[in-house]
Design a protein around this ligand. Structure first.
Ligand SMILES: [Cu+2]
Length: 187
């Protein structure tokens, strides 16, 4: 099953559960019930303990997976990305200035990136906020970072699949947003 379909089914499951909880509470609030404050407090403490235990399990499982321990590593290659309505300039030479930007977008050599190397994308924008989103050759979203004017945001990725990668904008940036895209190849 494609990963998008799994994500949709997981979302649907949680949406149904949340809607059901709201529905049940809404339905039950019609009936008058006598509650003892002591019982309610005991139940609250029980819920708090359950939540704490679940949180500790969640942190113990997820904290070792955060990328910070590899932060000190130097990337094998740096790719500069500049968003501008309505295109992405992608270049392996240093960040294009506003003057060079049209050149990078329209006449730049197609960017070819190596496989199994740590690539660092340095992403910025020349006008408004854009969403730099990477799609692999099977059109799966594999990573994204904001392209913001005045900021340089970084996204690190190690490509294992060769082929044509597409960059789409996932932040509404104006009336040409839907056609804003970029591309590069992984060999
Ligand atoms: Cu956009």
């Amino acid at each position: 099953m494609p990963v998008q379909q799994i994500a949709f089914l997981v979302w649907l499951l949680f949406a149904i559960i949340i809607a059901a909880v709201f529905g049940i509470i809404g339905w039950r609030s019609r009936q008058k019930v006598d509650v003892s404050p002591a019982r309610v407090n005991r139940f609250r403490i029980l819920l708090l303990v359950i939540l704490l235990v679940l949180s500790v399990i969640f942190w113990a499982y997820t904290l070792p997976k955060v990328p910070y321990p590899t932060e000190a590593r130097q990337p094998d290659m740096v790719v500069f990305v500049t968003g501008k309505q309505f295109n992405f300039g992608i270049a392996t030479h240093p960040m294009p200035t506003e003057k060079e930007w049209e050149e990078v977008v329209n006449f730049g050599e197609p960017v070819v990136l190596p496989r199994n190397k740590l690539i660092e994308f340095r992403v910025t924008s020349l006008d408004v906020n854009h969403g730099f989103s990477l799609y692999d050759p099977d059109h799966l979203l594999i990573g994204q970072v904001q392209a913001m004017p005045g900021y340089m945001n970084r996204l690190r990725y190690r490509f294992t699949k060769p082929g044509e990668y597409t960059v789409l904008c996932l932040e509404y940036c104006g009336n040409g947003h839907h056609r804003m895209r970029g591309a590069f190849t992984v060999q």
